[in-house]
Design a protein around this ligand. Structure first.
Ligand code: SF4
Length: 330
């Protein structure tokens, strides 16, 4: 069983093992911060098909959101450069994969980690911490760098022939590219990217969300990634679509207790006001919504309502807010 990010290293970890005649099940973990589009069954099915066709790898999608959200505000091993808890993220994935080994008849676990490739999470001592703290001591093989590391049970028992494994370490990608050619792999994603917690702007926003609303849930983590964000004077959270695609995305994210704001008399953004306790925030929200509308005349008519009311319950004549808008933005 191989933990599979979809990047070249994890693809190669699978291929190297398959080349030894080992049946590989790849496990793709998802959370609202990475690969969450695969929560949709149809998208997951398509993804599995693409990975099978492109690389000959069978992948299973596993949602680790509940465990991840319990860890994210206080990861025992701290954060990386931004809000990325890479060490605890990996520990959690390894633990999850271990819990699935029986179901898939797996005798050992592997990852595509490469010794010395990343400053924090792939140092020798960190690789040790990950296997120790996940409880996978001796069980966790890093096929690409294994020959620089202590033999694992799979190598000792002869399930994996250590002498046939590549010897990859460090930051250069040369050897991976050579191996990719060897396996006929041409089309693979660029390294890094994909995790919003490692994004300088989004990680700041999430810090604020986690701190302000400690009861945040997956739906808040998804909403935090779309549009412009404002914290209103009464404590409400306003999200404003920046373009048609974001308006459409926001329309799918409206929660039961969210207010929807729409411009009624000219083109404008779709807005969601969440966690509204003080209704006077809706007036401020309407003036911010008006600020981003293609205003023809003043005032701008904004419809406000809960999800089922489709933004039509209350009509506010709004004057676009310009002065304080930046102090609300986060
Ligand atoms: S970058 Fe994100 S997904 Fe990757 S290990 Fe770090 S926290 Fe996990």
């Amino acid at each position: 069983m191989v933990l599979f990010s979809g990047g070249l290293d994890s693809i190669l970890a699978c291929k190297v093992l398959q080349e030894q005649g080992i049946k590989v099940t790849a496990i793709k973990c998802i959370t609202p911060f990475f690969s969450y589009e695969l929560k949709d069954d149809e998208r997951a099915r398509e993804y599995k098909e693409v990975i099978r066709n492109k690389y000959g790898i069978d992948v299973e999608v596993v949602d680790i959101t509940p465990e991840y959200l319990s860890m994210i505000t206080d990861p025992p091993h701290g954060y990386g450069r931004y809000l990325n808890p890479c060490i605890d993220c990996k520990i959690l994935m390894v633990k999850k994969a271990m819990s699935l080994m029986d179901r898939y008849g797996a005798s050992f676990l592997a990852t595509g980690e490469v010794l010395g490739q990343r400053p924090m999470s792939q140092r020798r001592d960190t690789l040790r911490i990950i296997e120790r703290d996940s409880g996978a001591d001796g069980l966790l093989l890093r096929p690409l760098s294994a020959r620089f590391l202590k033999p694992t049970s799979a190598e000792e028992s002869g399930v994996v022939d250590r002498s046939m494994l590549p010897e990859i370490s460090g930051r250069s990608r040369k050897e991976q590219i050579r191996l990719a050619e060897h396996y006929g792999i041409k089309d693979y994603p660029a390294p890094a990217g994909g995790c919003v917690l490692a994004d300088p702007i989004l990680s700041k926003r999430f810090k604020r969300i986690f701190y302000t609303w400690p009861d945040f849930g997956p739906e808040d983590c998804v909403l935090g990634q779309v549009g412009r964000h404002f914290m209103l004077p009464g404590g409400s959270w306003l999200v404003v679509g920046r373009n048609r695609a974001e308006n459409q995305a926001l329309a799918t994210l409206i929660g039961e207790n969210d207010y929807v704001l729409k411009v009624l008399d000219c083109p404008g953004p779709l807005c969601i006001a969440r966690r509204v306790k003080d209704k006077s925030d809706l007036v401020v929200a309407a003036s911010i919504c008006a600020r981003y509308a293609k205003v023809k005349s003043l005032p701008v008519t904004i419809g406000v309502g809960l999800r089922d009311e489709k933004g039509q319950n209350l009509v506010i004549d709004a004057i676009p807010e310009d002065n304080k808008i930046h102090s609300y933005m986060f």
